[in-house]
Design a protein around this ligand. Sequence first.
Ligand SMILES: *Cc1c(COP(=O)(O)O)cnc(C)c1O
Length: 463
Amino acid sequence: MRYVSTRGNAPVLSFEEAMLTGLARDGGLYVPETIPQISADEIAALAGQTYEEAAFRIMRPFIGDAFTDAEFRAIIDRAYAGFHHAARAPLVQLAPNHFLLELFHGPTLAFKDFAMQLIGQLFQAALSRSGKRVTIVGATSGDTGSAAIEAFRGLSNVDVFILFPHGRVSEVQRRQMTTPSEDNVHALAVDGDFDDCQAKLKDMFNHFEFRDAVGLAGVNSINWARVLAQVVYYFTSAVSLGAPQRKVSFTVPTGNFGDIFAGYIAKRMGLPIDKLVVATNQNDILHRALSSGGYVTQGVTPSISPSMDIQVSSNFERALFDVYDRDGAAVAQQMDELKQTGGFQISQGALQRLQDIFASGRASEEETSATIARAFAETGEVLCPHSAVGVKVAGEQPVSATPMITLATAHPAKFPAAVEAACGVHPPLPNRMADLYERSERVTRVPNDLAAIEDIIHERRAH
Ligand SMILES: *Cc1c(COP(=O)(O)O)cnc(C)c1O
């Protein structure tokens, strides 16, 4: 399996190389050259298997010869051993034809753990074999950072630096990033918003001298391995509801378009998915783009679902690459325009193809709170604000016999203030984290400035 850049102008890489590289050298994102197909019989055979077994069968075709089957199985087993639910990604029912896929039973209580725990094990296996060392730098709107720190803390060949927007993550999210005591973990609070953090990260990748000097590696959803890990639960949940005989639809609370793009890959592999519904909060660039074709940034407005406070959705580029018939030059041109002017217009043909696959909707702050209250009253389920955005948008879709699965992306206890304000319930942290507020914090405040951030990374990483 070979990986190509969405901008068509970077070296073609193996799975392992693409995973360790992150962003392509032409500024693009790596995608598989072809999408492996999974037959209806193979999908049917996933029924009743463990999550780990399903993960092995679904991801195996993408990894080429990076690992033997036995190694890859062991990696997967270690990745999900720390989850606190036997099913890993259980489904609960909200309404007659509406289901919630709970993706928050991992160590940091958000769906990011599914990918990050796997990536931690993949990096460890690859680096201990090669004896190489890497510096992982990640940008986070809250959950990626804690999941990355949890996955990489204490690993011997890795330093991990996380850039998060100062004052714009929840207290639980911040503490999860600032309380780990391992020397290889570095939390950096940037004076800016998430898009600033993500832009600095991209600038670092495009600064080849720095990139090569520190062995920069990325674990944001620009990293293909993360998308791949997330493909698995689309299959397991659909199979639980009768796939491949019965189609399903998914609604996905979306920020960087990574999670929903994994659903798109599942569909391209052959999983019978009817609609993939993009659910955004008031930062609704994706909803506007999918409705009108105009992808125009407007600046981020902080919300009660902070992990989705994003305007530049990196992974959307991967979808564009496909609907532009994998024409890297065309994608590069649109991304240039985005950088120069803050927006671009999706061509009519490409928009049509996107709309055949994706529907979209948005939830205002009031609608999000009202959805938390209603879901609690009707079902007893306490939703986090991100999941509530999904449930609200799912409820607006045309009535259909096709079951809808909404992804519940975080545990409500990560966002206790917003949840309590909405439904009166203070969601407690699980016991294993109950002392989070007592642990001491370690964080460095940094200006929104590339050179300053690079200096800190140079200085702090192990040599
Ligand atoms: C990251 C995150 C999202 C958005 O996921 P994307 O892959 O960026 O679209 C939604 N909800 C929560 C809780 C998250 O942490």
